[in-house]
Design a protein around this ligand. Structure first.
Ligand code: AMP
Ligand code: GLY
Length: 424
C-alpha cells in the first residue's frame, strides 16, 4: 500500500516511523515532513492545511491510504472531502472534530450525556458585562478557555479576579485568539493527576492504547507558561491503573462513541482523552482532541507491537472489532529539545550536531527541523524529541533520554530536567 502522512512534527515522525515497520506499507510519503521524516519517507512539498492540493496529489500518485496528524486539516474537512472522492483516510470528520475544535460543543456534549468534566459556563464576546458579573460571584482559581483552536495556548488558569479580568479583556477586547476566542468557556479548576489516553475508534468499536502523561509547562516542576508539551512518558502505570482505565472506557469513551453516533457524528480516528484523575481515582475530562497527542504519540506508538497500519486502516474501515492489539513491555521517556524563547518568540536556523551519535536505547524524532545543504537546522519552537527506551523500568528510560539529550547540540538548546519524574 502507498501511504501518505500529513504533518511535519514529532508526532508525524513517530507515525511515519511506526508505519514503516508494517509489511503492508510499500511506499511512504509525508506532506510536508521535516529533516528527520524526509530521511524515511518521500517528501511531498504541500502544506498540511492545503486540502485541495493534498487531494490532487493523492489522486495523481495513487496513494491508497492517508493518515492525518494535526488538527487543522480535520477542522477544514479533509476527511469528508477525501471520503466524498472515494479515498481512504484516517481521522475524524469535520463534524466529529468539533470535540476538539469547539470547546463549547465538547462541554455541552459532555453535560448532555453525563460525561464527567469540570463545571462550566459559556459566554460570547457580546456578553462582557455578564462575564464580569459572573467573575464577581465565582471563587478562583478558575480556567478560561477560547472556544476554538489556539495551538494549545488558548487556556488561561486564573488565580484571582484580576487575572481573570485581564484574560477576558485579552480574549474579547484585544482578540488575541481572533475568532477562536469569540466564545469562551469558564470552568472550575480541577486538581489531580493529568493523563492522556488514546482510543482508536471506528465509529462503534475502539481500541485503547497504553496511557501516557505529558508535561505541559515550560519550566521544571510544572512552572511557567503552557506549551504544546515539553516531554512525555508511557506507559503511565502509576497515574492510570487498570481500574481507572476501565472507568475511562465506561464513563467516557463508550458514551462519547455511542452518543456521537446517535447524533449523526460518528467518531472515527483517534479520540485523545485529556484527563484529570482526582484523588478518589475518578477520571474527569479536561479536554478532547481528535488526533494523536504530541509528544504523547512519540512514547505510545513505540509500545505497539501489532501492525500499526492495520490498526489505522481498520479504524477507517469500521473493522476494529477484528483487530488484536499487542503491546511490548517496554518504557519510553521523551524529552523535548526546544529553541530559546519558546513558547513565545524563538530563535531558528541553528545548526544541529550529534544526531548520528545517539545510543541504541534512544529514538530521535524530529519536530521543528529542516535540512539545508547537508546540514540540519532548527526551524521551530519544539525542535527534537529524544525518546529513551528501556525494557526494565521508567527510571532507565529517563536515563537513556537524558544521556542522549546531552549528545545532541544546537545553540541555546533548552529542555526540562524533570521529564518522567512524576511517573516514578
Ligand atoms: P486544554 O487545552 O483544555 O487541555 O488545557 C491545557 C492545559 O491547561 C491542560 O492540559 C491542563 O494542564 C490545564 N487545564 C485545563 N483545564 C483545566 C481545569 N479545568 N483545571 C485544571 N487545569 C486545567
Ligand atoms: N500534548 C498535548 C496535545 O497534543 O495537545
Amino acid at each position: 500500500m502507498k501511504v501518505l502522512v500529513i504533518g511535519s512534527g514529532g508526532r508525524e515522525h513517530a507515525i511515519v516511523w511506526k508505519l514503516k515497520q508494517s509489511p503492508n506499507v510499500s511506499e511512504l510519503y509525508c506532506a510536508p515532513g521535516n529533516a528527520g521524516i524526509n530521511l524515511i519517507a518521500n517528501e511531498v512539498k504541500i502544506k498540511a492545511e492545503d486540502n485541495a492540493a493534498l487531494l490532487d496529489f493523492v489522486k495523481s500518485s495513487g496513494v491508497d491510504f492517508t493518515v492525518v496528524g494535526p488538527e487543522v486539516p480535520l477542522e477544514l474537512g479533509i476527511v469528508d472531502e477525501f471520503s466524498k472522492n472515494g479515498l481512504k483516510i484516517f481521522g475524524a470528520s469535520k463534524s466529529a472534530s468539533r470535540l476538539e475544535n469547539s470547546k463549547v460543543f465538547a462541554k455541552d456534549f459532555m453535560k448532555k450525556y453525563g460525561i464527567p468534566t469540570a463545571k462550566f459556563e459559556t459566554f460570547n464576546s457580546g456578553e462582557a458585562e455578564k462575564v464580569f458579573g459572573f467573575l464577581k460571584s465565582t471563587k478562583c482559581p478558575i480556567v478560561i478557555k477560547a472556544d476554538g483552536l489556539a495551538a494549545g495556548k488558548g487556556v488561561v488558569i486564573c488565580q484571582n479576579e484580576e487575572e481573570a479580568a485581564k484574560a477576558i479583556t485579552d480574549f474579547f477586547g484585544n482578540r488575541i485568539f481572533g475568532a477562536a476566542g469569540e466564545k469562551i468557556v469558564i470552568e472550575e479548576f480541577l486538581r489531580g493527576n493529568e493523563a492522556s489516553v488514546f482510543a482508536i475508534c471506528d465509529g462503534e468499536n475502539y481500541i485503547v492504547l497504553p496511557p501516557a502523561q505529558d508535561h505541559k509547562k515550560i519550566g521544571d516542576g510544572e512552572t511557567g507558561k503552557n506549551t504544546g508539551g515539553m516531554g512525555s512518558f508511557a506507559p503511565a502505570k502509576k497515574a492510570v491503573s487498570e481500574d481507572i482505565l476501565n472507568k475511562i472506557k465506561q464513563r467516557i469513551i463508550e458514551p462519547v462513541l455511542g452518543n456521537m453516533k446517535s447524533e449523526g457524528n460518528e467518531f472515527k480516528g483517534c479520540l485523545y482523552c485529556g484527563l484529570m484523575i482526582d484523588e478518589s481515582g475518578n477520571p474527569v475530562v479536561v479536554e478532547f482532541n481528535t488526533r494523536f497527542g504530541d509528544p504523547e504519540a512519540q512514547v505510545v506508538l513505540p509500545l505497539v507491537k501489532s501492525d500499526f497500519f492495520e490498526l489505522l486502516y481498520a479504524s477507517q474501515g469500521g473493522s476494529l472489532n477484528n483487530y488484536k492489539l499487542e503491546i511490548t513491555s517496554d518504557y519510553y521517556n521523551c524529552v523535548v529539545l526546544a529553541s530559546k524563547g519558546y513558547p513565545d518568540k524563538y530563535e531558528t536556523g541553528k545548526e544541529i550536531t550529534g544526531l548520528d551519535e545517539v545510543s541504541s536505547d534512544c529514538i530521535v524524532f524530529h519536530a521543528g527541523t529542516k535540512s539545508d545543504a547537508g546540514r540540519v537546522l532548527t526551524s521551530g519552537g519544539r525542535v527534537l524529541n529524544i525518546v529513551g527506551k528501556s525494557g526494565k523500568d521508567l527510571k532507565s528510560a529517563i536515563e537513556a533520554s537524558y544521556k542522549n539529550a546531552e549528545v545532541i547540540n544546537f545553540e541555546n538548546k533548552y529542555y526540562r530536567r524533570d521529564i518522567g519524574q512524576k511517573g516514578l
